[in-house]
Design a binder for this molecule. Structure first.
Ligand SMILES: Nc1c(/N=C/[C@H](O)[C@H](O)[C@H](O)COP(=O)(O)O)[nH]c(=O)[nH]c1=O
Ligand SMILES: Nc1c(N[C@@H]2O[C@H](COP(=O)(O)O)[C@@H](O)[C@H]2O)[nH]c(=O)[nH]c1=O
Ligand SMILES: [Zn+2]
Length: 362
């Protein structure tokens, strides 16, 4: 096999653990000797062994003189686990192929230095693009200490999120709705506004045939209008954080805490998105899925406080000038001021179209 094929094996391991390693990155590693894979592994959970440790453990003594393929530069610091670079050096590995380097200031470049000073040949950049794409949320989190935000919206072909009557179930078909649950599984937290809770009374849990991790539920509710009996409060499968403004009723806050929810009371009367994201970053929420409704989407949209957007478009036309749009609020006055996206991927999910786009920086 070619070096790219071994790195792609390591990348598929890393992609397989996406969403479960937060606030650590998803990393995969493969040990190869004389054209045979003799060890492989992925980082499974923050605080546990890193990918290289699992792969080298599987290789055992055979690792001496072998090649290591790893999707992220081996770490060189003592976090919750000892540095991988030292282990790689002491295991007798001859060459290390790295897909991309770790921007974590405690790590970047130091891992490579350690390997090279131990006489190990290092090659950087094998399948770099695919690794950078997978690690984008982690790199964002390390750089900003705020969650990497993905917005998700489901619209009819004429861009509506419901009929003018508010009726919305369903716009997209079962396969696309199941795909949304895969998104939820991959995210540390899911955020909606209290209007969505009042209208849809959603569970916001991950319901997949083969199971899946439930994201923390974050509800933006400036004046604590959420009913104590809401599904997101009564359902205990996932934690629920209610975010309110400084003027919200203290009694209601107490009642919500007594009902098992966490409450984040901001220092400001309104909810400012940048401040909210700092607070969620402090909770070590590395990836956030914003499922709207229109007002909440508009606030992230106005602040350009999202990095990616996933649009599910159904082959339906509902019409109605009063029918809701995914981004309420005032909007921008001219096309020049519109938010520029890059369409990364367009695919069919059953009868629906799934568009994955990144917000163009700058
Ligand atoms: N109405 C549609 C959607 N509507 C999404 C709304 O956020 C709605 O509140 C949640 O889907 C309900 O959450 P839960 O399932 O109870 O956890 N989303 C979609 O992808 N397609 C649609 O047709
Ligand atoms: N998950 C991962 C790495 N993650 C790196 O190590 C940091 C976490 O260290 P710790 O607290 O000890 O788990 C994390 O922020 C990132 O820089 N490095 C690797 O060599 N391989 C791995 O599989
Ligand atoms: Zn490590």
């Amino acid at each position: 096999m070619l070096k790219e094929q071994y790195m792609e094996l390591a990348l598929s391991l890393a992609e397989g653990v996406k969403g479960q390693t937060s606030p650590n990155p998803p990393v995969g590693a493969v040990v190869v000797k004389d054209g045979r894979v003799i060890g492989m592994g992925a980082h499974l959970k923050a605080g546990e062994a890193h990918a290289e440790v699992h792969a080298l453990r599987a290789a055992g003594k055979e690792a001496a003189g072998a090649d290591l393929y790893v999707t992220l530069e081996p770490c060189s610091h003592y976090g919750k686990t000892p540095p991988c670079a030292n282990l790689v050096a002491s295991s007798g590995i001859k060459r290390v192929f790295i897909a991309t380097v770790d921007p974590n200031p405690r790590v970047s470049g130091k891992g490579v230095q350690k390997l090279e000073s131990a006489g190990i040949e290092v090659e950087i950049g094998v399948c770099r693009e695919r690794a950078d794409r997978l690690l984008e949320p982690f790199f964002h989190f390390i750089q900003h200490q705020t969650p990497f935000v993905t917005m998700k919206t489901a619209i009819t072909a004429d861009g509506k999120t419901a009929a003018y009557t508010g009726h919305s179930r369903w716009i997209t078909d079962q396969p696309a709705r199941e795909d949304v649950h895969c998104l939820r599984h991959e995210h540390d937290a899911i955020l909606v506004g209290v209007n969505t809770v009042l209208q849809d009374n959603p569970l916001l849990t991950t319901r997949l045939p083969h199971g899946g991790k439930h994201p923390i539920r974050v509800i933006l509710d400036t004046h604590l209008r959420i009913p104590i009996t809401a599904n997101v409060i009564e359902n205990k499968e996932a934690d629920t954080i209610i975010v309110c403004g400084s003027e919200a009723s203290l009694d209601k806050e107490e009642a919500l805490i007594a009902a098992g929810a966490d409450v984040i009371r901001l220092e400001t009367a309104d909810i400012h998105i940048p401040l909210l994201l700092e607070k969620l970053g402090e909770e070590e929420i590395m990836t956030l899925l914003v499922e709207g409704g229109g007002e909440v989407n508009a606030s992230f949209f106005q602040e350009k406080a999202f990095q990616r957007i996933v649009i599910y478009m159904a082959p339906k036309l509902i019409g109605g000038k009063m029918a809701p749009t995914p981004f309420a609020g005032e909007g921008f006055p001219t096309m020049d001021e519109s938010i520029q996206l890059v369409f990364d991927k367009v695919e069919m999910i059953g009868q629906d179209i799934k568009i994955t786009a990144s917000r163009k920086e700058g």
